[in-house]
Design a binder for this molecule. Structure first.
Ligand code: ADP
Ligand code: MG
Ligand code: ZN
Length: 473
């Protein structure tokens, strides 16, 4: 039997406003070659100037994964030739990355496991080659966008663990607000290094690196395919011939990996310190600021359970995106009861978000939801009526109070109207009232039911309870 060994390299774009070595904007989706300047175009004589925000974000990441932060790190030139790399070298970090020796705890099938993070280093992104109409074009808008490359130890033992690791990493980046980590837009990209070995063996066997993985599903499929390919080669006695260190591409149509090129050794990149950039020295001031990180998803899950009495499963759902957690916490800040918030966010709101609409662009924003829930809590409307209001506002927008009025959903809380019905119910049920007074407490529910029925469901139940108690006393 084989054991699977996986190590992941993740390139994530840091969400700084400007590029890492020049002041061009990092905005996505602009017209080609408009976010460029002499530095990111690599015109002769242009010099790089380090963006401190990128450094801070890297330090925040290191803090979140319990890593060592190197207060002095070094930028190197990584030399290779490709049309989307105008300088013919990438500025990256090599021997001394800014972040080293971190860890991340994943959970698969209820079991927790520590995955080592070897390093995380700063580097610049390349441009993009666009192949269309039989020609190739180069767009350098992305060239110089700050990247954090996060390299794991070969500690992952299955495609499930790999996906759990990536989701955890993704969550940390989002909650730290240091990256959009948008897989479709390429701001969170993963290469998977995969090898197999006989169970019990501790040495590392030949790894294959798979590129072009831009969804969690593809990562899972690519690893599964690759493990299968290597295992079959081993069993057929062709391991040495068919498994060698190389870079393979994942074919997303046929769900197979294909050889792309032999794998460069790092020696081939001729790394050397960039003479245009001094080593990065992190001042105390910058360091102290960067290590102040916001509450992450795991901590929120613990706090929601402890402080708000929320079930673990619900808490986990509430932190499945930073936007959802923010929405939920804004309702809590508005003093809505936690239980009501959980139901109305996770069940009522999420159930009504369709066609790719997410919570951050939900037609019912926090202010509207908060008002709606207050109207339940103050008895203006019943929970059932609130669902109608929500349906209406999701479709047509509108102020909550105006919609309640318009749909005629206001509960009757007017004492006089309710008392009149109560008096009537009491007089036609004189026998039951006598029994009740003789200790048959259970009849109270019957009276409530009668009054609510007469009120055609529009009476505020809390009010009915209160007035009935008084009338029967
Ligand atoms: P490179 O840039 O050459 O790919 P890195 O050091 O950046 O090298 O990344 C190597 C990655 O490969 C790490 O995530 C590491 O854990 C993983 N790795 C190394 N050896 C193996 C192996 N035998 N099987 C699986 N993964 C491996
Ligand atoms: Mg690699
Ligand atoms: Zn520029």
């Amino acid at each position: 039997m084989f054991e699977v060994v996986i190590g992941l390299e993740v390139h994530t774009q840091l969400n700084t406003k400007t590029k890492i070595f020049c002041s061009c904007a990092t905005s996505f989706g602009e017209e080609a070659n408009t976010n460029v300047c002499p530095t990111c175009l690599a015109l002769p004589g242009a010099l790089p100037v380090l963006n401190k925000e990128a450094v801070k974000k890297a330090i925040s990441f290191g803090t979140a994964v319990n890593a060592t932060i190197n207060r002095k790190s070094v930028f190197n030139r990584k030399n290779y030739f490709y049309p989307d790399l105008p300088k013919a070298y990438q500025i990256s970090q090599f021997e001394v990355p800014i972040v080293e020796n971190g860890e991340l705890i994943i959970e698969v099938n209820g079991e927790k496991k520590r995955i080592g993070i070897t390093r995380a280093h700063l580097e610049e992104d390349a441009g993009k080659n666009i192949h269309e109409d039989g020609r190739s074009l180069v767009d350098l808008n992305r060239a110089g966008t700050p990247l954090l490359e996060i390299v794991s130890e070969p500690d992952l033992r299955s495609s499930d663990e790999a996906v759990a690791y990536l989701k955890k990493l993704h969550s940390i980046l989002r909650f730290l607000n240091i990256s959009d980590a948008n897989m479709q837009e390429g701001s969170f990209r993963c290469d998977a290094n995969v090898s197999i070995r006989p169970k019990g063996d501790t040495k590392l066997y030949t790894r294959v690196e798979i590129k072009n993985l831009n969804s969690f599903r593809f990562i899972q499929k690519a690893i599964e395919y690759e493990v299968e390919r290597q295992s079959i080669a081993w069993e057929d006695g062709k391991y040495d011939e068919e498994v060698y260190q190389e870079t393979r591409l994942f074919d997303t149509v046929n769900l197979v990996t294909r050889s792309m090129r032999g794998k460069e050794d790092s020696a081939e990149y001729r790394y050397f310190p960039d003479p245009d950039l001094l080593p990065v020295e992190v001042s105390d001031e910058m360091y102290n600021e960067a290590i102040k990180i916001p509450e992450l998803a795991d901590e929120k899950v613990t706090r929601y359970q402890r402080e708000l009495g929320i079930k673990e499963e619900d808490a986990l759902n509430l932190v499945s995106s930073v936007e959802m957690a923010r929405y939920f916490e804004a309702l809590i800040d508005d003093k809505i009861s936690p239980k009501l918030c959980v139901t109305w966010v996770l069940v009522e709101l999420l159930g009504r978000l369709k066609n790719g609409v997410t919570i951050e662009n939900s037609p019912v924003d926090v202010a509207k939801m908060s008002k709606l829930l207050k109207r339940i809590e103050d008895g203006t409307i019943s929970a059932k009526a609130a669902k109608e209001v929500l349906d209406y506002v999701m479709e047509n927008d509108g102020d909550i109070d105006v919609v309640i009025e318009k749909l005629g959903l206001k509960q009757v809380s007017d004492d006089g109207a309710i008392e009149a019905i109560i008096a009537n119910v009491i007089s036609v049920n004189a026998d039951k009232v006598a029994e009740y007074k003789n200790g048959k407490d259970k009849l109270f529910g019957f009276f409530v039911g009668q009054v609510m029925k007469e009120g055609k469901g529009a009476f505020n139940p809390a009010k009915v309870n209160e007035l009935l108690l008084k009338a029967l006393a």
